[in-house]
Design a protein around this ligand. Sequence first.
Ligand code: ADP
Ligand code: MG
Length: 327
Amino acid sequence: MPRIVFFSIKGGVGRSTALAATAWSLAQAGKRVLVLDLDLESPGLSSALLPPERQPMYGITDWLVEDLVGNGDVVLDSMVATSNLSHDGEIHVVPAHGAEHGEYIAKLGRVWMPKLHADGRRETWSARLERLLQALEARVRPDVVLIDSRSGIDEIASACITDMGANLILLFALEGEQTWNGYRMLFEQWQRAGVAEQIRERLQVVGAVVPELDRVEYLEGLREHSYEVFGVTLYDDIAPATPDTVGPKEVDGKRTWQVGSLVEGWNFDEADEGAPHHPWAVNWHRSFAGLRSLQGRLAVIDTQEVKAIFGPLLEGVNHVAEVTRQA
Ligand SMILES: Nc1ncnc2c1ncn2[C@@H]1O[C@H](COP(=O)(O)OP(=O)(O)O)[C@@H](O)[C@H]1O
Ligand SMILES: [Mg+2]
């Protein structure tokens, strides 16, 4: 099952909105979609996809806390709701918190704790989360899983990217130093931790709320700075040809042309549209700006509108979902 993680350095960049629109679009195409709100510190996705009366009793936070004391299964039965926005397919939503969120803030302090099992085994929170994901996938049997991740560059946010077994990791980016300094620190951390090579092929930059004004220049700047950061961190340095590896050589008294074994690294041209640094653009659109209810907006949206705003993102997600399912 393809798992797709939506991440951003900062909040307020339209990430949850884009995820909701992606879920809507996949469901519209007849898919079963499982959506998880893992942005526990600033939840909002479930209210975008579910009206208040459909909110389930529990959420991911309740499960993570109850699992510590062996009560996870009780919560599992009441933490998934179906959205009424889906027409042909289905959107199954797992919120960050349940309808009765009384103890929510107090519970947040315990969610990232490891579990100590009776046999002395210590299970990390990310292993516990993987166990939850597998249980939900076995229950819902989705065609695709969309995960709204925590933002920022702390250890938890980073693990939400590296430890979720994602097939595609969407990195939402606004043009600006804050974004690129943040991504650079994150990528460097992955290099130090030795996970960069393992996840870099699954990364994809998304241009968040791309402005209408000077759109082309904006996207060029975004691409240039994205390329700079990928270039100095995740892309391999491709060794320049040296006389030792390429050039004329005497072998047994005969002059031959040696083509050295230049190692082709993992690298891309700045202009390569298929490169992970090359942004998929999500357009700013007035019909989404300052919305009171995304739920209300999605209820009246149509395929053409969604395509005009989120087109490249939807195509990319569809492509990865298809490739993963065929593999
Ligand atoms: N494509 C868009 N065009 C204009 N405004 C948008 C767009 N996407 C989201 N917004 C608005 O931006 C704000 C933040 O969106 P949200 O999806 O909650 O961001 P995030 O999940 O990154 O914090 C909301 O007021 C939302 O209505
Ligand atoms: Mg959000």
